[in-house]
Write a protein that binds this ligand. Structure first.
Ligand code: ATP
Length: 446
């Protein structure tokens, strides 16, 4: 088995994603639009599975985290208060030679174009990443609104509403999954940096004196999530503490959880101690009281916030990069290498298809369909009738299906099927009535 993660593996992943309907360019028939990606049939299944896993781990399995689904557009004052309208920008420079545009903080040498090595660059300019639109019939200044640049700001704004209606006391968290928009200067590396993406964020409101403890707690929880549920190892991920001089002025501590992508280490998630900054600002700008009355100690406090913020699309990309494998160990009877088996070794819990039902012959389709109907109630499943069984296995390997059920003529007699394991390629005979139990044990690790 080869674990060849050279840069060209990205090209293979991008091409597989398009070919098999995971992810492709948005509005491709019109030439696409930079930094926007559509998720096709398998892609959307997997994206939802990742989201469901995160939601279950962060919200459903805890009594001290509540959920929220806020709008993408809100009163623009939200973004004035958060500081996004002032400063949410990067310095950018244009190459006069090749016309490419770059973020200065991402250039190895800010005086040389990374695209063509020209030294003829424009002066760095501030660039605001907020996407603008108009609400109402006329496009005037007073109708300007912004697409949210992060999902956390509405959480701060709705703090009181959620706390009171859910009868929560400090410390507790509010989580939200949703779209965020940034007019990135240089969208690149497939879905790693796009202009429309999905964030999964949780803001934990606590007392200042306990906040560093919570910061450590959430760092550990998030690392456990990556290791236990997504099966990432110490080789795949690392944490990078922000240096004190690189911290936002209000932050006490911050770290990135990074993943080793084929193009280098890249941020997957940020764990941020945000202090009282957000709550204070929204209090100032809205005039509303966002303080919390601590009955036990008879005091009023502005909650301190610890945040966990992860990109769903980046998680998806990390899973793709980790899962992509080419199996060339196969040889035929003459000892010649067979064509390469491309396998996506996704953890079963997020695989777009968890169980594929493959009748050995088309004649067995009606009976196999009954098995399919049973398993699809509990697991993401599909049935495939076309092509040789070998071809069908390959097809399933390529989309990362961990288990294939083969329904053969014997199945009619013994009410059992053969389960083929994607990774070990081992085959096992299992009674049809035991399938639900079998897959529940094999798939659900939580
Ligand atoms: P970067 O430095 O890579 O631009 P950031 O530090 O600005 O990221 P945050 O504002 O902390 O990112 O956002 C939290 C998470 O949202 C990131 O860890 C990342 O997973 C995701 N994210 C941010 N920007 C993008 C983007 N343009 N495309 C896809 N995901 C993104």
């Amino acid at each position: 088995m080869s674990k060849d993660k050279k840069p060209d593996v990205m090209e293979k992943i991008v091409s597989l994603c398009k070919r098999r309907g995971f992810i492709f360019q948005s509005s491709e028939i019109y030439g696409g639009i930079g930094g926007f990606w559509d998720y096709g049939p398998y892609g959307v299944k997997m994206k939802r599975a990742i989201e469901a896993l995160w939601w279950d781990y962060m919200v459903e399995q805890r009594s001290n985290v509540e959920g929220l689904d806020s709008t993408i557009i809100s009163n623009p004052k939200v973004w004035a208060a958060s500081g996004h309208l002032d400063k949410f920008g990067d310095l950018m420079t244009d190459c006069r030679e090749c016309k490419s545009r770059h973020r200065v903080d991402q250039m190895e040498d800010p005086t040389t174009c990374p695209n063509c090595d020209s030294k003829d660059l424009t002066e760095p300019r501030e660039f605001n990443l907020m996407m603008k639109t108009y609400v109402g019939p006329v496009s005037t200044e007073e109708n300007v609104a912004y697409l949210r640049a992060e999902t956390c700001q509405p959480i701060f704004v709705d703090f009181n509403q959620v706390r009171v209606s859910a009868r929560q006391k400090l410390p507790f968290g509010i989580a939200q999954v949703g779209k965020a928009f940034r007019n990135e200067i240089n969208p690149r590396n497939f879905i790693f940096r796009s202009r429309e993406f999905t964030q999964m964020e949780m803001e934990f409101f606590c007392f200042a004196e306990d906040s560093m403890e919570w910061y450590g707690y959430w760092r550990d929880q998030r690392l456990a999530y990556y290791k236990d549920l997504l099966e990432f190892t110490d080789e795949d991920i690392r944490t990078e503490d922000h240096a004190p001089d690189a911290l936002a002025h209000y932050a006490k501590a911050a770290l990135d959880i990074e993943f080793k992508f084929p193009f280098g280490w890249g941020e997957l998630e940020g764990i941020h101690h945000r202090g009282e900054w957000d709550m204070t600002r929204h209090q100032e700008f809205s005039g509303d009281n966002l303080e919390y009355f601590d009955q036990e100690n008879n005091r009023k406090v502005t909650p301190t916030v610890v945040e966990t913020s992860v990109g769903l699309d980046r998680t998806f990309l990390a899973l793709l990069c980790k899962a992509y494998d080419e199996d060339t160990a196969d040889t035929n009877k003459e000892g010649k290498a067979q064509d390469t088996r491309v396998v996506l070794r996704f953890p079963a819990i997020v695989a777009p298809i968890q169980v594929a039902v493959l009748p050995l012959s088309k004649k067995l389709a009606p009976q196999a369909e009954e098995v399919y109907k049973k398993v699809r109630k509990y697991f993401r499943s599909e049935m495939d009738l076309t092509g040789s069984i070998g071809k069908r296995y390959r097809r399933q390997d390529e989309i990362g299906t961990p288990y294939c059920i083969t329904f053969d003529f014997e199945s009619l007699e013994d009410n059992a099927v053969t389960i083929r394991n994607r990774d070990t390629m081992s085959q096992e005979r299992v009674a049809i009535e035991d399938l639900r139990d079998y897959f529940e044990k094999a798939i659900d690790k939580q």
